[in-house]
Ligand binder design. Structure first.
Ligand SMILES: [Zn+2]
Length: 118
């Protein structure tokens, strides 16, 4: 990049490009730092190749916006709701079964009585 940068500076149009820092310092919150070419003299980042789970192979939650927490809370409340609905549905089904049984039981004696009358 540095060889190319020297070449392109002569070709590039004047006064339209931002200042280029070939060795701007990048500092990560994990403590790692390195240099890159940038238009900013210093960069502060939250994640780098030294601490990103993809490179480390270790699960690590990077939750700057509390998204994981929010999702977990949401899923818990949803599960509770689903459980309640399931119980309600079960109760309703049981009640319906009971009613049906009771009805059949009630009808049978009356039918028998009517048969006896006739
Ligand atoms: Zn890092």
């Amino acid at each position: 990049m540095r060889l190319g940068a020297h070449k392109t500076t002569s070709i590039m149009k004047k006064d339209i490009h931002p200042a280029y820092y070939p060795e701007s310092k990048v500092t990560c919150v994990c403590g790692n730092s390195f240099t890159v070419g940038s238009t900013l003299p210093e960069l502060k980042i939250e994640i780098c190749s030294a601490c990103h789970p993809f490179y480390t192979g270790k699960q690590k939650l990077i939750d700057t916006a509390r998204r994981v927490e929010k999702f977990q809370a949401k899923s818990v409340s949803k599960a509770a709701l689903a459980g309640r609905k399931g119980k309600k549905a079960k109760r309703a089904a049981k009640a319906a079964k009971k009613e049906k049984k009771e009805v059949t039981v009630k009808i049978k004696p009356s039918d028998l009585a009517e048969d006896n009358k006739k």
